[in-house]
Design a protein around this ligand. Structure first.
Ligand SMILES: *Cc1c(COP(=O)(O)O)cnc(C)c1O
Length: 327
């Protein structure tokens, strides 16, 4: 079983690489949510998402002469590429062929090799396993890595130290490393704070695995990248099992609405997964306390997400009246 010690060790290591991210509230957001909402700004990370914490912590412990191999649609890929560049390790990242082009470019810009393969994450996973064998590389799982969970836990240490009076923290879930880390850290330093997970109704493998008490596979039809997973991951599920207070499902449209609220009330660009925690606060006020934190896990919005969120900008791009002229 993992302990807080591993998170404290990760914090000492990460202090050399990343400053703490801000966490604060916005009056208009509090008004929209009907309670104090602390936003933890992981969109402010150099890769635009919290996953860089876990990747740095994991890769710091590897032999730099061996390449790392992993699979991801986006933010895990970028995090591993960033950490590999930091430590001078060669990185090979298998991404589904339909991965967003800007995410592939971001991985290559960090010096990693992006391998486009297959239609689904399961295909990419199989290709990554084979590639790790061919290259004698270290295969990094996006979910079942204690060092990733320990690194991600540093975000919750920062949050609870700065806001010791939180009664609820809401965490978007894909593989479950973030929510597992939240449970681990809350149990040790903020035992009065409940952790609530969120997934999309269109990709509910982690939710259903938690309810079932064992890892299950489910269809994965969400358009929200960070929440897209087809299966439960054993290590995060084992940490969530007795410690997660609740697991909420929201649909992709509610997540889009929450992105718009963050743009309008908190001048913040969130990607869908980054807005999912707020979507849960808005959808299930009955489950929330009076001092809630939402993990804004990432800001790497796709071009489609950006276009949807800002109709004024889309009109202006299409040649209509420029946004901001009519005052
Ligand atoms: C990966 C990711 C998640 C989900 O995190 P897990 O640790 O896989 O559960 C949520 N939001 C964003 C932006 C992500 O990149």
């Amino acid at each position: 079983m993992m302990s807080l010690n591993e998170v404290l060790h990760a914090r000492r290591l990460l202090a050399r690489h990343l400053p703490p991210t801000p966490s604060w509230s916005y009056p208009l957001l509090d008004e929209a949510a009907g309670r104090v909402v602390v936003v933890k700004h992981e969109n402010a990370q150099p890769t635009g998402a919290f996953k860089v914490r876990g990747a740095l912590n994991l890769l710091a412990g590897l032999d730099p002469r061996r390449p790392v191999v992993t699979y991801s649609t986006g933010n895990h890929a970028r995090a591993v590429a960033y950490a590999a560049r930091t430590f001078g390790i060669a990185a090979h990242i298998v991404m589904p062929a339909a991965a967003a082009e800007f995410k592939v470019r971001a991985v290559r810009a960090l010096g990693a090799t992006a391998v486009l393969h297959g239609g689904h994450m399961a295909d990419a996973e199989a290709r990554a396993e084979a590639l790790a064998g061919e290259l004698g590389g270290h295969l990094v799982s996006p979910g079942d890595e204690p060092a990733v969970i320990a690194g991600v836990g540093t975000a919750y240490l920062e949050l609870f130290e700065r806001h010791p009076d939180l009664d609820t923290v809401v965490v978007p879930v894909g593989s479950g490393t973030g929510a597992a880390a939240a449970c681990l850290v809350a149990a040790a330093v903020a035992p009065g704070c409940r952790v609530i997970g969120v997934q999309s109704t269109a990709a509910r493998a982690a939710h259903d695995s938690w309810r079932a008490g064992s890892c299950v596979r489910r269809d994965n039809r969400t358009r929200v990248d960070g929440l897209a997973t087809g299966r439960g991951f054993a290590l995060p599920q084992s940490l969530l099992r007795d410690r997660l207070a609740e697991f909420v499902l929201v649909d992709d449209d509610a997540i889009d609405t929450a992105r718009g609220v963050l743009a309008g009330a908190a001048h913040t660009q969130a990607e869908g997964a980054g807005a999912a925690a707020l979507a849960a606060v808005l959808a299930r006020p009955d489950l929330m306390g009076s001092r809630v934190a939402v993990m804004l896990t990432g800001g790497n919005a796709t071009p489609a997400e950006l276009a949807h969120r800002s109709p004024a900008a889309a009109r202006s791009a299409a040649g209509a009246e420029p946004a901001g002229l009519s005052r």
